[in-house]
Ligand binder design. Sequence first.
Ligand code: NA7
Length: 546
Amino acid sequence: MRQSKPATVLDALVIGAGFAGLYQLYCLRERAGLSVKVLEAAGDLGGTWYWNRYPGARCDSESHSYCYFFSKALYQDWEWTERYPGPAEILRYLHHVADRFDLKRSIRFGARVVAAHYDEEENHWEVTTQDGTRYRAAYLVCAVGCLSSANVPDIPGLESFAGRWYHTGEWPHDGVDFRGMRVGQIGTGSTGIQAAPAIAGTAKHLTVFQRTAQYSVPARNAPIDEAFKHHVRESYDAIREVVRSTPNGHPFRIHRRNAFDVGAEERQAIYEAAWEKGGLQFRASFRDLVLDKRANDTAAEFIKKKIRAIVRNPKTAAILADIDHPYAAKRPPIDTDYFETFNRDNVTLVDLRAEPIERITPAGIRTRAREYPLDTLVFATGFDAMTGPLVRMDIRGRGGLKLGEAWRDGPQTYLGLQVPGFPNLFTVTGPGSPSVLTNMPVAIEQHVDWITDCISWMRTRGVERCEPKVDAAERWSEQVNEAANATLLPLATHSWYLGANVPGKPRVFMPYAGGLARYRALCDDVAAKGYEGFVMERSLTAPVRP
Ligand code: NA7
């Protein structure tokens, strides 16, 4: 411990060096002119993509939209090679960005933040990393990602397992050799659906343990040809306009037609075309797919039929198609040969609804029905999403209030940007913002721009403290609930959007489901009204009334 060393003093500290942290660093340092440091737990930049290197890992957003838009020259200079980028290409891109804007000199890697305490008297944040190094800053921006706190389920006997086990979100950088191995994979969300075909390709045998069956649509990944590269380069303005004006920040528009505006035959043809095209666009086939259960049923039935047509063993097909929630009410995966994988001789599906896991034994997994002998376990069991990465850091606000305590009944924020009682602390894509319901880099840029403008506004007016009013945060929580309830999303009662995947976590719908474009307008309006809903203080006694 180096407790005795004086704290490094800066204007702003940013936690995390993924998409969000890098852009926040750029904005605060280059646009707002602040002294800034980024603290990053990992040994290098990349955030989510530094950790998620499991076999088959690939972004579900299309590459020409999974990037920054803040610099036209940056956008036009970079060429993606595949329709969906894999971790290696995304990391190459982020290094390119960091080098181009000389960002690395302001980042400390291997610096895991363990505490961030607000000093009310001094009005600054005191931040400590795992090795005891201390920092002090007026502004603290948490750019820690929404899916960075791995969820390893507490299954009895894990410590007794004789083989190795891995979580997909903390994958070894030198890879895992599955040759000759009997692998057990728990989890069939977006990650498990990507990983299973890749693992089955090298393992001796793969047993997939499925608790909840999921819809999935082919991704149809492919190399990008020269014509499309040219189109992307030339269409920067148009693509930027689309990602900024669609509800989920993707480079395609949601059709205006409703599912029953067309006849059954035409609807079928529309789904077939979307299935062939592949990707998340499937969800955009009709305007009302996530709004109207009857409309949703038509998409759900289409995909279930596809599953039954692809998977040759009818019993396996029935387990895979026994989906208990509306299509896209949980994050809809896209895949490369997921359902086809169950036609392989070396793959077995286990239905955990029929035979729940009882324990992990030294030799494998024992369900209520039998023991499955396994050499290696893969947990594709997701994350303590959105709140997990924040709460685990021992953040304490006014009066020593712990963030975990403040959020005991669920996260409460104003616009997903700030928390009452935690002045000058900002969260990029925090709970209560569209975040995980969108193409993340677009949501990140919107948040970072807003935070940067807010801090600049404060500094030009001599405002030292910014904090949301409690009633503004309460009203925002109501709006977040209303937005979710206007959709079918809450019908998936076991979804991680609701925190339901982590035992004991409060069931609160966390992301804002009203759409990124509407959300952007709301945030802009708040700023235009002099940061309505926030208390802006020049000093402890002089709030600014703009
Ligand atoms: P997800 O979507 O949370 O999926 C996790 C999977 O693991 C899901 O099938 C879970 O079943 C399953 N799970 C979790 N805990 C258990 C236990 N205890 N036993 C059996 N099965 C379990 O995480 P992903 O990593 O796939 O995706 C996260 C996001 O990353 C994704 O949405 C994209 O945005 C990228 P459940 O459905 O809870 O019954």
